[in-house]
Structure formats: C-alpha cells, structure tokens
Design a protein. Structure first.
Length: 525
C-alpha cells in the first residue's frame, strides 16, 4: 500500500487527548487493541459502524462530528462546545455546524409507534413501497424520511404529519419545515445564551421522553425491552464484551425502574426474566474483560431474578453460566456445586443450561483429577446435548456442538487423554472456523487446551513455544488477555519443574510476568 496517500487524522488524536484519554485508555474503554486506535489516528483503518457511537460518546462529541474527524479533511479538533459570556464560541468550540438532527440516535418513539400500529419493519416497508433496510435506517436515526415518504408514513402510523415530525425529533430539517407550522422565534440576549441552551437541552430530553410515553403503553414498552434483550442474546457471542456493556447498561437501568414501579405479577415475571438474561450477559462480558469481582455480583443478581421467575430452564442456565466464572477463578468445588444445582433444577428436561452444566462439571472434575466421575459426567453431558436438537451458534443461552467440543477438550486434556483430546480439539476448531464472525475467545481456549496436552505429553519446549505464540497473538487485546493469562498459567503449571531450565519455558514465564504487570501507557503528547 502507498503510505504517502494516507492522511493522518490529527484532529481525532487531539480530540482524544482533550477528552483525557491515552490511546491505551481509549482502547480499554472500547474493548479493542491499542494498535487499533493508533491505526485509526494514522488513517490506516476506520472504526466500524457498531463502534462509532461508543467512540463518539467517549470523546464527548456527536456521531456527526466524529464522521468529520474520520474524513480525509478531519484535521481540526472537535470538543463539546464551550461559550464565553458574550455567547461566542470559546477557543475549544467546534467549528462544525450542528446537523439538523443527530445521526445515529435511535428513534425509540418511532419504533414504539410502528409496533403499536401493528407493523413489523418488513410489513411497514411493504406498505410504503420501500426496502426494509430503509425503515431500519429511519429507526436507527441514520437517515430521515423524505417528504413523500412522510405523508404515507404518517397515514400508516395513524397520526398527523405534525405528530410524525415531533416523533422524529428533527423539526429543524427542511422536510420538517415543509410539514410543521413555523413558530415565532425570538433572540435571547447574548449573555443568557448558555442558560438558554441548558434549558432547551433539558426541554428536548423531556419532549423525547414524553413522546415515547405518549405512543407506547407500559405493556408495549415491556415488550420492546424483551425484544431488545432477545436481540442482544442472539448476537452476544460475536460481540466484543465492552460493546455488550455499553449496550446493556441503559437496558438494565430501565428494567430496574420498571421493576420498581410495576405491581402486576404477570408483568413483573416478564421483567424478572428479561433482567435475569440481561444480568447474565452483563456478567459474562465482565468475566471476559477480567472484571471478576463485578462479574460475581452480576451473577448473584441474575440468580435472584431467575429464581423469582420460577422458570427451571432460566434458573439452571444462570447457574451453569456462573459455573464458568468459578472455574476460571480456580474455585473448582463451587463449579461442581453450581453445575449440580443446575442439573437438579431441570432434572430430565431437555435443557441447554442442563447440558452446559454437565459439560462444565466434567471439566472441573477432570481438573480435580476425579477420572471416573469425569467420564460419568461426560456421558451425561452428551446425553443432554443429544436431546437438544439443533442449537443456534451465537446465542449465549444455547449449547451448540462447538461448545460441547470445547468442554470435552478441557476435560480430556486435564485427564491426560492425549490419544483422544487432539481429535476433539481439531473438530472443535473446525466448528468455530465455520463461523468466522464469532468473537474469538472459545477457539483461543481450545488452542490452550492443545498446549496443555503437549505439556502433559512432556513436549515441554513445544508447549511453551506454542503458548507464547498464543499470548503474542492476543497481544494487548483487553477482552481476551485475562482469560489467556489464566490458561497460560495452566500450561506453565502442567510443565512444572521438569522443564524449568528450557529456554522456551523461561521465555514463557517471563512473558506471563510481563503481561501480569500490564503494558506501559503511551504518553498523551
């Protein structure tokens, strides 16, 4: 590639520094590698669409302003506008004109109104003669409907054009001007501009919230929360953990508020179910980020909510997921106990949580050296899996074949079954490779199982070299590094003292110690 054609995004780097972040700190907030942030600022790569809203919020700018910084001419600096007492922009104010509406802002009220009118995105698109992706872009706040489309959209949603304009929240656009009566404007004194801006900003939030409440009843909003949690669970496995944390935080906040306000037992049960699922996903994301104490707290909250529902499938699933945390923190007895609770709750029911619990229990028993109990539990895990049928690969609450092979790999590796473990690991890696978009924690764990097997076969030099290459591959990836270090220590433990004098083993131990200390932070200059 011709490097002379790349334009460095100096404005992006300066905005990052003004927000008080180093490259490493920003990368940790976003769940990406530090080198990824450096490539963005050097003009060598561009953040994906799912990361842009999070990046903009972290920098304290709008998605529109971020687009300017990412463009080839984005060499200026954008910061939240500060005004002087005269009402003029201060020295750090953005010179980019504000868009008539903020791109990338979810139009929740429009989604609620569409559902209240009985339309799916597909059926509304068919009614209006547009593509489904067009409706999706309207609701995500990426584009605004055109004038002819607004007239038909208002009719379909059974509302006036003026009401639709308020619902879209873009009354400053040309299309809105053509549809809505123009209010008489007054000019506030310059010295009061800051206060006026604050009042208008507060009023805008109130208007948006009132619009949502006006077009969506309590039952509809609960259904929308359930739909959001369902969507997140079906993409959880291929989503980076920091993105999951950002996505779930507002959902959990609203669930908390509605749990506090509702008295209808039927609605409460639905809210508890959604809260248990969301809390479990939140805990899993924290586990993958290495925030183990916080993950414990969220798993406890998930169990309380799941138990309150009385749903055996959900109660078992939460306990099985929590057993993963106790396993990676080294509390094997707690892992066996939680898995046993999950198995007892579902009994003979066909249950993804029950199958996961048996597989997790087998792996913990193998690590404890309980050979006969391990094989008995492996048999139970296979039996439970066979009763499930096809399972979606990206749903955190499913138990597909690739996860079964992951747990079988760990069990066989710790038992020292070097004859059978490699075949299971190869099969598992093939299943994960068939879904390349999946966030790569589980395949990494399978490779560490391979390294444990090498160490147990006394191939100490190869085991250490392979483990070192895996750690190097993970690098500064904050999402995968904590689990990678845990598994690397397992390999070092399997090598023991026999290979301590080998150069590759010494190099591995030094790398583990270096990564434990953490990387040196880059300067803000």
């Amino acid at each position: 590639m011709d490097r002379t054609r790349r334009a460095k995004r100096t404005g992006l780097a300066r905005s990052r520094r003004l927000a008080g972040h180093t490259q490493g700190a920003l990368a940790a907030r976003l769940g990406v590698d530090r080198s990824t942030v450096a490539r963005w600022e050097n003009g060598e790569a561009t953040p994906g669409p799912t990361l842009r809203p999070v990046l903009a919020a972290t920098l304290g700018i709008t998605p529109y302003e971020l687009d300017i910084l990412l463009s080839s001419g984005g060499t200026g600096v954008l910061a939240p506008c500060r005004r002087t007492r005269t009402g003029e922009p201060g020295p750090q104010a953005s010179t980019v004109p504000a868009p008539p509406w903020t791109p990338g802002t979810q139009r929740t009220a429009l989604v609620m109104r569409r559902r209240g009118a009985g339309y799916t995105q597909d059926s509304l698109a068919q009614e209006l003669g547009v593509a489904r992706s067009t409706v999706m872009r309207w609701e995500r706040g990426l584009v605004a409907p055109g004038l002819p489309q607004r007239t038909r959209l208002a009719q379909a949603l059974r509302m006036s054009p003026q009401e639709l304009t308020a619902l879209l929240g873009d009354s400053g656009s040309d299309h809105a001007t053509a549809l809505a009566p123009q209010p008489r404007t007054t000019t506030a004194p310059a010295e009061d501009s800051t206060a006026v801006g604050a009042v208008l900003a507060t009023a805008k939030v109130l208007r948006q919230e009132m619009t949502v409440l006006a077009v969506s009843g309590s039952a509809e909003r609960v259904a929308a929360l359930e739909e959001t949690v369902d969507q997140l669970r079906r993409t959880h496995v291929r989503t980076r953990p920091m993105q999951t944390v950002f996505a779930l935080t507002p959902v959990l906040a609203e669930l908390r508020a509605r749990l506090r306000d509702h008295r209808d037992e039927r609605v409460l049960r639905r809210l508890r179910t959604a809260t248990a699922m969301a809390s479990t996903m939140f805990a899993d994301a924290l586990l993958r980020l290495g925030q183990l104490d916080e993950a414990r707290g969220w798993y406890r909250a998930a169990r309380v909510c799941a138990d309150a529902t009385g749903d055996p499938q959900l109660r078992a699933q939460v306990r099985a997921q929590q057993a993963i945390l106790t396993y990676y923190t080294g509390d094997l007895h707690a892992t066996v106990d939680l898995a046993g609770q999950a198995q007892a709750i579902v009994g003979d029911l066909a249950s993804p949580g029950g199958a996961l619990a048996s597989a997790a229990q087998a792996r913990a028993l193998a690590r404890m050296g309980a050979r006969d109990a391990t094989f008995t539990t492996i048999t139970d895990a296979r039996h439970r899996y066979d009763r499930l049928g096809d399972q979606p690969g990206d749903d955190i609450f499913s138990f597909p074949a690739k996860r079964l092979y992951l747990y079988l790999s760990g069990s066989l590796s710790y038992l020292g079954c070097t004859r059978y473990a490699p075949g299971v690991q190869d099969k598992g890696l093939l299943l994960y490779a068939a879904e390349p978009d999946t966030f790569g924690i589980d395949p990494m764990l399978l490779r560490f199982d391979q390294a444990v097997g090498m160490a147990q076969a006394r191939d100490h030099a190869d085991a250490a070299a392979y483990t070192r290459s895996l750690l190097t591959e993970v690098g500064g990836d904050g999402a995968r590094l904590p689990l990678a270090l845990t598994r690397a220590r397992d390999v070092a433990g399997a090598i023991g003292q026999d290979g301590r004098d080998l150069p590759s083993v010494r190099d591995l131990r030094e790398l583990i110690a270096e990564l434990d200390r953490g990387p040196a932070d880059d300067t803000a200059a």
